[in-house]
Design a protein around this ligand. Structure first.
Ligand SMILES: [Zn+2]
Length: 216
């Protein structure tokens, strides 16, 4: 299948909140995103928990895809709610957790382009974990660049309330604040790790710049 634009499809927006019956526990699952590249490469970014295999399979079926149609699996980082269903994709040419790529028992490092057109790229965005990556998708059906950022952003609301991303865990707050601003400058839309995709406007960019300066 050849496309005019790269398609970014959020199969399911992530969430994270305190459990309804146990205030000391959390409920969380990741945003799971399908990227259908113009060159025919199909990429899935973040694969839910290990208990979501049938659900993820059905979300792909709704897009007319089977698990064997996925060529590259990318996990923005190694936490269990982002890597759980990697096992479904045994026909993929590459599995990546952060910038660590593997196939079977072969391990290599990968950054940069994943598609033949050089429009879909893996970039290191350390902060939430030191090995976090984001996926930049240029030339999308949305008319701008989309950043699939994992937990660099918890959800849109964390732009106004830094406690949201700080309490979600940050291995390097300074780096995270800087990477958040850098990605906002590059992207028209951001898919955060635990919320719906949001548009980046000048106000959001200004707030992220201010915070990057505060942590500098
Ligand atoms: Zn997460």
């Amino acid at each position: 299948m050849s496309l005019n634009r790269n398609q970014v499809i959020v199969l399911q927006a992530g969430y994270s909140h305190i459990d309804a019956t146990d205030a000391s526990a959390m409920r969380a699952n990741c945003s799971c995103t399908l990227i259908r590249c113009r060159d025919g490469t199909n990429i899935i970014v973040d694969t839910f928990t290990a208990w979501d295999g049938e659900h993820l399979t059905s979300l792909l079926a709704a897009q007319g895809l089977q698990v064997d149609d996925i060529h590259v699996v990318i996990c923005t980082h190694g936490h269990s709610d982002h890597v759980g269903c990697n096992y479904l994709f045994r026909r993929a040419r590459l599995h990546m957790i952060g910038s660590c790529a593997s196939k079977h028992d072969l391990y290599l490092n990968h950054e940069g382009a994943l598609d033949a057109n050089g429009e879909v790229l893996v970039e290191k965005t350390p902060g939430h974990t030191l090995s976090c990556v984001s996926v930049l998708v240029h030339n999308t059906q949305l008319g701008g660049t989309v950043g699939v950022c994992g937990d660099l952003f918890e959800r849109c609301e964390d732009v106004d309330d830094e406690n949201i991303w700080l309490t979600a865990g940050s291995e390097n707050e300074k780096s995270q604040a800087q990477e958040r601003y850098r990605m906002a400058q590059l992207c028209s839309f951001i898919v955060p790790g635990h919320g719906p995709m949001f548009a980046v406007d000048e106000l959001i960019c200004a707030k992220l710049k201010q915070l990057a300066e505060k942590y500098a």
